[in-house]
Design a protein around this ligand. Structure first.
Ligand code: HEM
Length: 398
């Protein structure tokens, strides 16, 4: 802690409840911050975070993008492209991008809508539903399963694995168990199964693709590489998107006038989801390994350090956004960093946005007025993503 009491600890439960006042102090008083206890540096201003995300040479992803993983320094299996730098990252990313074609996204959108309707319909006439347990818990896994080709019945296993990897004890860093973290055993079965049962999905496509690797050889992917891609996609897309729904229920309950506007004019939904992602980003930070000495605000950060890029703080930087702590569905948002920026920009951003839009539209179709029973709301026990495991809505059915 500095003399004036400024202390930022990503694991501190009290700070995490409402980190925005601490972020503001960091931006004002210590835009480059050093946390001695956990030995990491942190950047909190939008301009710094945004530039750092794009500085793949000095701020490397090679040791991961979660603080505990960067510090634990596990050796990544080949193909964990979220943990790679260009040029290898570029090759692997291009292969996985094949899942997210506009045609597939349209197909998934239809199914996402049908799923939301099926989740919400049983609550018609009731006095409440839960934005997370009744809607957001399963939807992200379903959507990824459709794109990638993971059978419905197997999806709970994948979701539980992705969830387990990101959950820590309150107040403590995430324990990194390398064997569990990269355990792709269950995906190997789906890949083998898809080989015999080809379909219109990413696994089938990756099984057939020939590509030019960084060394110029043209080859097919190994089964192990495909398995690793799947762990990355599920790891990156399930817990993050799941947290969006709790914030949706809470933030729109706190802004009933804007919610009424949305009910009346659905063309505003897209920007409302965008603003929700800026205002309460499900991933509050990403980490990097400092590959070469860098200097910020007159202080040198030596190569070998861990750097935390405080995405949630950057999204609330008053130098970048007017009145940043206000939720405003009419805001002209422009660039924000919830999905990162540059080489590693989130591959699933369009999917997450679409899930948010469709789910909100279907909620408003049935339950335009709700309040939140905050006594029953439950925080997610994780600091890598930030949000809720339960967000119970009380519906006004008049
Ligand atoms: C990358 C956030 C949903 C797949 C990222 C990054 C962020 C992020 C910040 C950049 C990480 C970095 O720079 O190190 C989020 C948030 C989501 C979300 C907040 C939900 C609201 C999804 C979904 C999927 C997904 C639904 C999959 C379908 C990925 C992948 C990467 C990534 C594969 C790695 C891209 C690369 O390294 O090139 N995400 N994500 N994400 N995300 Fe997401």
């Amino acid at each position: 802690m500095s003399d004036d009491g400024l202390y930022y600890d990503p694991y501190d439960v009290d700070i995490d409840r409402d980190p925005y006042p601490t972020y503001r102090r960091l931006r004002d008083e210590a835009p480059l911050y050093y946390n001695e206890r956990y030995d990491f540096w942190g950047l909190s201003r939008f301009a710094d975070v945004d530039a750092a995300l794009r500085d793949v040479k000095r701020l490397s992803s090679a040791k991961g993008d979660i603080l505990e993983v960067v510090k634990a320094d596990p050796v990544m299996p080949s193909g964990v492209f979220i943990h790679e730098d260009p040029p290898q990252h570029t090759v692997h990313r291009a292969l996985v991008s094949r899942a997210f074609t506009p045609r597939r996204m349209r197909m998934v959108e239809e199914k996402v809508r049908a799923f939301c309707v099926a989740c919400l319909e049983p609550f018609t006439g009731s006095d409440g539903f839960d934005f997370v347990t009744d809607l957001g818990d399963e939807l992200p896994m379903r959507a990824i399963g459709m794109l990638v080709g993971i059978p419905d019945v197997e999806q709970p296993k994948v979701r539980d694995h992705a969830q387990r990897n990101l959950r820590n004890e309150p107040g403590r860093p995430l324990p990194i168990n390398k064997e569990q973290y990269f355990d792709g055993g269950m995906y190997a079965e789906y890949v083998a199964w898809r080989e015999k049962n080809p379909s219109d999905d990413l696994i089938t496509e990756l099984l057939g693709v020939e590509f030019e690797d960084v060394d110029g050889t043209v080859r097919r992917l190994t089964r192990d590489e495909i398995v690793t891609f799947l762990t990355v996609i599920a790891g990156a897309g399930v817990e993050t998107t799941g947290r969006l729904f709790g914030w949706m229920g809470k933030v729109l309950a706190e802004h009933p006038d804007q919610r009424r506007e949305l009910t009346a004019d659905r063309s505003l939904i897209s920007n409302a989801i965008e603003e929700l992602l800026r205002y309460e980003p499900p991933g509050p930070h990403v980490a990097r390994y400092v590959a070469e000495d860098v200097e910020y605000h007159g202080t040198k950060v030596p190569a070998g350090s861990a750097m935390l890029l405080m995405v949630a703080s950057a999204n609330h930087d008053e130098q970048r956004f007017d009145d940043p702590d206000r939720y405003d569905i009419h805001r002209n948002i422009g660039t924000y960093v919830t999905f990162g920026h540059g080489a590693h920009y989130c591959l699933g951003a369009a999917l997450a946005r679409m899930e948010g839009r469709v789910a909100l539209d279907e909620v408003l179709n049935r339950f335009p007025d709700w309040e939140i029973d905050m006594a029953g709301a439950r925080r997610s026990p994780t600091t890598t993503v930030r949000g809720w495991d339960s967000m119970p809505a009380i519906i006004d059915q008049r």
